[in-house]
Design a protein around this ligand. Structure first.
Ligand SMILES: C[S@@+](CC[C@H](N)C(=O)[O-])C[C@H]1O[C@@H](n2cnc3c(N)ncnc32)[C@H](O)[C@@H]1O
Length: 272
């Protein structure tokens, strides 16, 4: 193993989160022999998180290999000022990408996480890393948070959106970002896990030509009427006039499984 590699995490297993492992991770870090040197050093904290994933329990982090592509290639190239991630978990990607954004002189990294328990671990690690001037953990369902962000940053388009929450929500929540103009021409959307477990409907959406999207939107308008009766099934129609230049970057997940990132640059807004 070279200095630049990490050992594989434990296999995922049937139960792979929220069984106490997130609290155990925080205790592991706080009692780690390197704890004192972690202050202000996100890379040492990330190494300890990876060590926990290797020695103790699988953690559903983006992992070192895919994370490096974002932090060491995409963020330095794109130089985002404002990033949002959907699905923060215990803060691994927030540490990795928030520190890269700070190095690129970006202003804000908002990490949206539904679980207060996971968000509390992430917030503790972000503070330890000295990134709380740039990284903000926002607790709650991301659709609520995105609407709130639209109010707080009324003119702010997102430079990079990292999507890494529940796979079934990728398309619907990207469409909400389009409707809110958080995603607009110039935004790069990076989606995780597009090979494993795979998100075929998301990959199809970012490739779909405008005419297909308009047709689909008309179908979905009918479904949206039905969903008004049940807000938990709220359907976003998106903005079918936005198109993406999209590429699959193949890599590996933290257990060594083949996986990839879909990197989609929003390129234009066609007028009808
Ligand atoms: C794969 S993990 C995120 C990993 C993280 N990005 C990393 O690489 O360190 C997915 C996270 O999304 C959160 N999540 C799922 N649905 C969500 C939603 N609707 N809003 C916000 N967070 C959500 C889960 O609680 C979980 O912590």
């Amino acid at each position: 193993m070279t200095k630049d590699q990490r050992e594989a995490y434990k296999p995922e297993g049937a139960i792979y989160y929220d069984d106490g492992r997130e609290e155990r991770l925080l205790e592991f870090i706080q009692s780690h022999p390197n704890y004192k040197s972690m202050q202000g050093k996100p890379e040492i904290i990330m190494a300890a998180i990876d060590e926990y994933g290797h020695k103790h329990d699988f953690l559903m982090n983006v992992g070192w290999e895919k994370g490096k592509i974002v932090a060491e290639k995409l963020i330095p190239e794109l130089r985002p000022d404002f990033m949002i991630e959907l699905g923060g978990y215990v803060g691994y990607s927030a540490l990795f990408f928030g520190s890269a954004l700070k190095r690129a002189r970006g202003r804000k990294y908002l990490s949206l996480e539904a679980s207060p328990k996971f968000a509390a671990v992430a917030a503790a690690l972000v503070e330890l890393a000295g990134l709380d001037d740039v990284v903000e953990i926002i607790v709650g369902p991301c659709r609520d948070s995105l609407r709130q962000i639209r109010q707080t940053y009324p003119t702010g388009a997102v430079d990079v959106l990292f999507i890494d929450h529940a796979k079934i929500h990728y398309v619907n929540d990207l469409k909400l970002c389009e409707e809110l103009s958080l995603v607009r021409p110039g935004t790069t959307v990076i989606a995780d896990n597009v090979i494993w477990p795979g998100v075929p409907e998301y990959r199809a959406y970012v490739k779909e030509p405008i005419a297909g999207k308009i047709y689909r939107m008309q179908q979905e308008q009918k479904a949206q009427m039905t969903s008004l009766e049940d807000p938990s099934k709220e359907i976003s129609l998106g903005n079918p006039y936005l198109t993406y230049d999209t590429t699959l970057i193949e890599s590996w997940g933290p257990t060594g499984e083949p996986d990839g990132l879909e990197v989609s640059r929003c390129v234009k807004l066609e007028s009808d």
